[in-house]
Design a binder for this molecule. Sequence first.
Ligand code: DAH
Length: 346
Amino acid sequence: MERMVVLKKEILRIGEEALHELQQLNNSEALQELKVKVLGKKGSLTALLRQMGSLGPEERPMMGQVVNEMRSRLEKAWEERSAELEVIALEKRLAAERIDISLPGSRVASGHYHPLTQVVEEIEDIFLGMGFQIAEGPEIESDYYNFEALNLPKDHPAREMQDSFYITEEILLRTQTSPVQIRTMEKLHPHLPVKVIAPGTVYRNDDDATHSPMFHQVEGLMVDQGIRMSDLKGILLNFSRQMFGESREIRLRPSFFPFTEPSAEVDVSCMLCGGAGCRLCKGTGWIEILGSGMVHPKVLEMGGYNPKEVTGFAFGMGVERIAMLKFGIEDMRLLFDNDLRFLQQF
Ligand code: DAH
């Protein structure tokens, strides 16, 4: 009996101690260690259980009950504490991983069209709005389309203005978009009206602040019965106002191109000073933007149209020049340097 009382006391002591210690532990590893120390094979409670052999047969079931009760109390406490610890660990982790959604997000960089592309698209939009269609031709062109069919025979002095990149005697990088006039008429004749613009890249042996060996033009061609120079002027005035502002005026100055007769250089009133005269327009109030004229009868013929039945106008403008005027760019080479600090401004 004496022995049983001692054992029971011991069990309660070990149990209460473990229960108390349990509440102090704050991580699941320590919890597990304690469990092994008390309830494991070599645990303190298990050791007591072994001593039951020294008890009388009627005492053993009573002791067994005491031990089992204590064991289940301990196990329950362990479960509760370890659930508590899990919650604590989760809260800790959530606090550590908290994302501050009030911070401004980092912006995804997105590109935009090159200023020249923007200008070409704007020119296209304006002419599409006036019922023109878009035509294209090859950049590697034959001497025939680039010069001959445009009324520039082999010995013509005007060829010199377009000092060119030849691939063979007969093949060259086109020096202008005008060959698309011929290609378009060949394709469309005898259909009327012909009403196209032809944007594209052209090449010349030129290189300075206002000339690049590779640049861009937009050609225009309209052929129909009874087309007059006033049609040309009206279309170009409309274009200039949409491109450079409603208050622009234009003027036509006599000029020469082999593929137009008569030919005219077209000026627009200065977009910087409005015509009063400034540095941009060199004091004249006017800025040249393109060449134009009435399509030469020989060119109409080359395209398959009868110059006795139809007339037409044509024009050609430099895209870089338009872009420089529109954006106030002074050196054409900036457009091709691909310096993002420059390009991002447009
Ligand atoms: N092709 C000419 C050039 O590159 C520009 C030009 C002038 C085009 C008059 C035309 C035109 O269609 O009628 O200098």
